[in-house]
Ligand binder design. Structure first.
Ligand code: ATP
Ligand code: MG
Length: 337
């Protein structure tokens, strides 16, 4: 398929800890990002979203598996060999302040990529930077200001400008609006949407907030403890939810349409998220799943089409939800039958 821009194949990333255990931050993820789409990535804190994002951009070496960008396997490339691809894959981080050097002027921060890649210098560089500032809604006359002189929303516009400087193909947005006031979030999201149209960008959009992801994504991948629980076109993920974990996330959203009975149930998950050093056997959600059965602890479910779903909708669950099934009254049954 040549409409695939980024392909992630069975990627694992573990981190050492002080003991002999390792944190399995990303534990066997496969997915594709298609040209021009926005793929949303959601899940609770610590489920591995940022680690996966860094593996996608080859900011981390993967522990195993592979990442392909536009037909090239990038996960094994050296820094030098990665350089031309670095231009095409950019990351926008959550904290617009933490990722901007406070002692450097905004003009030089945004202009860095031009210098690093030897594209422009001097007056030429300044002109390009000011064009970018205008593009993202910053006043080009503020070229000489420091990050602290901008508001949170403006600082994220600086981050966006820097990411777009080299006209990337893929932009991985890691919680780009989570640190911002709700009133500012929409402005940045609209900016990203406008830029996507104008420059034919492909996005991976990461958030722990499903309502934000829903708004921007063509497809959504739901992550739990380092793995993908469900992956589907946005409307299907909401209209035909299969994974009990996805349903639980959905049930926590404010109800937009009071006539939708499904979205009215509130599912409170029991227990804490298990440690990523020692994920549960079988389905790793079974310890918190309202629907879990004995076989859930025994078998690790593959991410595959379930029930009558087509290949576009994949779920890692052996007892997926049927349409209209009420999960709020479900009771776990862990006895072997
Ligand atoms: N550099 C690191 N060294 C050790 N452990 C790490 C490192 N980065 C992440 N982890 C661990 O890996 C797991 C996944 O973390 P990650 O930051 O990818 O999650 P996340 O989904 O982005 O969370 P959040 O929503 O809080 O941003 C967590 O258990 C985290 O503590
Ligand atoms: Mg994160």
């Amino acid at each position: 398929m040549n409409d695939v821009l980024l392909k992630v194949e069975d990627v694992r990333k573990v981190f050492p800890t002080h003991s002999r255990e390792v944190v399995r931050a990303v534990d066997g993820v496969s997915l594709e990002v298609r040209k021009g789409e926005t793929l949303g990535l959601v899940g609770e804190t610590g489920c591995g979203k940022s680690t996966l994002a860094r593996c996608m951009a080859h900011l981390y070496d993967v522990t195993s598996g592979s990442v392909w960008f536009d037909g090239t396997e990038i996960s094994t490339l050296s820094r030098k060999a990665m350089r031309p691809i670095r231009r095409e894959v950019q990351v926008i981080f959550q904290d617009p302040y933490g990722s901007l050097n406070p002692r450097r002027r905004v003009g030089s921060i945004i202009g860095d990529p031009f210098s690093i890649h030897g594209i422009a210098s001097g007056a030429e560089r300044k002109k390009k930077v000011q064009e970018l500032m205008e593009l993202v809604g910053l006043n080009p006359e503020h070229y000489n200001r420091f990050p602290a002189e901008f508001s949170g929303g403006q600082r994220q516009r600086i981050g966006v400008a820097r990411a777009l400087a080299l006209r990337p193909k893929l932009v991985i947005c890691d919680e780009p609006v989570s640190a911002l006031d709700v009133s500012i979030q929409a402005q940045i999201i609209n900016l990203l949407a406008d830029l996507q149209r104008e420059f034919d960008l492909t996005y991976v959009f990461i958030s722990h907030d499903l309502s934000v992801v829903r708004h921007v994504s063509d497809r959504i991948a739901v992550m739990y403890l380092g793995k993908i629980a469900e992956l589907a076109p946005t409307s299907e993920l909401f209209g035909q939810t299969r994974h009990p974990y996805t349903r639980a996330l959905l049930s926590a959203l404010p109800v937009a349409d009071p006539d939708t009975a499904d979205s009215r149930e509130q599912i409170i998950l029991g227990g804490d998220i298990p440690a990523a050093t020692n994920p549960p056997e079988g389905c790793r959600f079974h310890t918190r799943c309202p629907k879990s059965r004995a076989d859930c602890a025994a078998t690790e479910p593959p991410l595959a089409a379930v029930l009558d779903d087509g290949g576009e909708h994949r779920t890692a669950c052996i007892h997926p939800l049927t349409i209209g099934e009420d999960l709020s009254t479900a009771v776990p049954d862990l006895k072997a039958s």
